[in-house]
Design a protein around this ligand. Structure first.
Ligand code: ASN
Ligand code: ZN
Length: 333
């Protein structure tokens, strides 16, 4: 019998009440999204290999917002995958992570007390742990968008995951994580320039990373220096995240979606923001057109200037804002 297309209603822990794409198969429904190339969501059921089983449900009402309900994580990650698919499609006409119309799949409930999430090119899939006590899952929207964006980077510039290119790879995932979050702007998770603010990975309510002033995490760098290539890629991403914040919102104090930021510049000169959609479009064009596997910070500057020239005109106000934002993190000034 032909499978029927349905839209299930879900309640995630982080996304709140949402619609998710589901497919009826016989007398049950599956977390298979017919609007997005049958993008699938699996329950690993604490295993660490294979796909486990597809999430299924008998009445197409999924999760209850609590981590104790296994479907709740499925709702969050299925929504995250859908939102990320939509972001790249709506913004850039990108048809899936590899732009080939093929959907990646998601795996929730990986292992026990696993405090991470990750993307793998080998399976073309992303995987999510349940976090500390199996009750703090790493399934928020920005985490999903971050992981899937690793797939986009791998399929495009291919930035090597070490040294300065590794920092740019990580920053690319944080940049599109923020862009996806603003694009959705869910009541339960409005757009912000933090990474992982919902998952409470530190146990004290603080986010994993701060794009306006990355050093607030105690380890990330705010500005480029010659030591950058020798540190963990999740910290050498800091200056590029800071560049992206400055380009989007500008320097100095600013309130966005009710959140107060105050972003400094390395050179003390002001930067005028161009808005997150323009900043992300410049980064996307730079990533997909000009960056290569070995692009470093200086190369990222020239890549974004070329992208800005293409999209907005050489020496346009937007192009000049890109140059100012790089100067604001000690690149090219
Ligand atoms: N969650 C981490 C990340 O996406 C996994 C890793 O270290 N690659 O960056
Ligand atoms: Zn990452």
């Amino acid at each position: 019998a032909a499978e029927k297309v349905h839209t299930g209603s879900g309640k995630g822990q982080f996304v709140g009440d949402v619609e998710i794409g589901t497919t009826q198969s016989g007398s049950t429904y599956q977390l298979v999204d017919p609007d997005r190339a049958n993008q699938k969501t699996y329950d690993l059921n604490q295993g660490t290999s294979g796909t486990g089983t597809l999430f299924t449900d008998d009445n197409d009402v999924w999760g209850n917002g609590q981590p104790s309900d296994r479907q709740t994580a499925g709702v969050d990650v299925a929504y995250g995958a859908a939102a990320t698919w939509d972001y790249f499609k709506d913004s850039y006409g990108r048809n899936g992570i590899r732009n080939d119309g093929v959907a990646a799949y998601s795996r929730a409930h990986y292992g026990n007390n696993y405090v991470n999430a990750f993307w793998q090119d080998s399976c073309f899939c992303m995987t999510y742990g349940d976090g500390s006590g199996n009750t703090h899952p790493l399934t928020a929207l920005d985490v999903a968008a971050h992981e899937m964006s690793h797939g986009v980077t791998a399929a495009t510039a291919g930035l090597v995951y070490s040294g300065e290119s590794g920092g740019l790879n990580e920053a690319t995932s944080d940049i599109f994580a923020a862009a996806v979050e603003f694009h959705e702007d869910l009541p339960a998770d409005p757009g912000d320039y933090f990474v992982g603010e919902k998952i409470d990975i530190n146990g004290d309510g603080t986010p994993l990373r701060y794009m306006d002033k990355p050093s607030k995490d105690g380890a990330s760098k705010d500005n480029w220096s010659s030591t950058l290539g020798g540190i963990d890629v999740h910290y050498s991403s800091g200056p590029a995240n800071h560049f992206f914040y400055l380009l989007s919102e500008g320097s100095g104090p600013k309130t966005v979606n009710g959140v107060d930021y105050d972003s400094p510049t390395y050179d003390g000169q002001p930067v005028t923001g161009i808005g997150i959609e323009n900043a992300a479009a410049i980064w996307y064009r730079a990533l997909t057109t000009y960056m290569t596997s070995t692009t470093n910070y200086a190369g990222a500057r020239t890549a974004t200037l070329s992208a800005a020239a293409d999209l907005f005109g050489a020496y346009s106000p937007t192009y000049l804002a890109v140059a100012d934002a790089w100067a604001g993190i000690n690149v090219g000034n």
